[in-house]
Design a protein around this ligand. Structure first.
Ligand code: NAP
Length: 239
């Protein structure tokens, strides 16, 4: 039975990924800052729920008392703001959680990881191209891609891979918050706000969390042993 860690496992993509591994028979640990959210993800599946802030070195070290076979660095935050209105606090917090959090997660994971191990970051298409009104988030996700590609080269000889998934908009609380913010700021309907935030999609819809989980499952599989340093785009043809 593989030991799997999913950070930010209490909602959205992290929840779908954690449940996918647990339902497939893996032993899953989920982390996040809210214990009640983690327990809701578990819903009787027998996952280990541990509170940890990905931006806090001490609490991240405590997560890795025993080594994992698969580590999914999923926790991240993103708040919309044009560069001119991005406070230093918003910039620093976004980088600390969304980029440094992935670095700490992977660095701690490396110590005990054996051959066959899998490091997977939940990045974004914002890690591959620029996003107006999301410079801090996009910069953090570009940083994640640099980390993934560099680490992939460091671990290849150990039989470990390091990859990322790069989804477009996914139907999660993060997307819902973005829609609500636009709705309130522009005083428009939810449907109108969705059109503004998500734009026209080739497939006519945004991505489901379970579709990201399926991509993560593939990257974690033995069949993906030669996929390394890759960013797997999940957009339904948008890019
Ligand atoms: P979400 O539902 O808001 O999930 C974010 C998770 O990260 C939460 O469970 C949250 O749990 C955790 N988290 C936030 N700050 C943390 C911290 N300091 N320490 C530990 N955990 C923290 O949003 P989501 O859409 O599922 O996002 C998951 C990942 O997917 C993020 O990296 C995001 O950038 C990426 N992504 C999302 C989309 C999208 O459209 N939704 C698209 C591309 C990529 P706690 O609050 O309990 O800590």
């Amino acid at each position: 039975m593989r030991r799997v860690l999913v950070t930010g496992g209490g909602s959205g993509i992290g929840r779908a990924v954690a449940r996918d591994f647990a339902d497939g028979g893996d032993h899953v640990t989920i982390s996040g800052r809210r214990l009640d959210a983690l327990q809701e993800t578990d819903a009787g599946r027998g996952m280990h729920c541990q509170t940890a802030d990905v931006a806090d070195e001490t609490s991240m070290k405590a997560l890795f008392d025993t080594p994992f076979d698969v580590v999914v660095a999923n926790a991240g935050i993103g708040r919309a703001a044009p560069v001119a209105n991005t406070s230093l606090d918003l910039w620093n917090t976004t980088i600390a959680v969304t980029l440094t959090g992935v670095f700490l997660t992977f660095r701690e994971a490396l110590a005990g990881m054996k051959s066959g191990g899998r490091l997977i970051a939940v990045s974004s298409i914002a890690g591959l191209h620029g996003e107006p009104n999301a410079a801090a988030y996009s910069a953090a996700k570009h940083g994640v891609m640099g980390l993934v590609k560099s680490l992939a080269l460091e671990v290849a000889k150990r039989g470990i891979t390091c990859n990322a998934v790069c989804p477009g908009w996914v139907d999660t609380p993060m997307a819902e918050t973005a829609v609500t913010n636009v709705m309130q700021r522009l005083e428009i309907s939810r449907e109108e706000a969705k059109k503004r935030v998500f734009g026209d999609k080739p497939s006519g819809r945004i991505v489901k969390p379970e579709e990201v989980a399926a991509a993560v499952r593939y990257l974690a599989s033995p069949e993906a042993a030669m996929v390394n340093g890759h960013g797997l785009v999940i957009t339904g043809g948008e890019t």
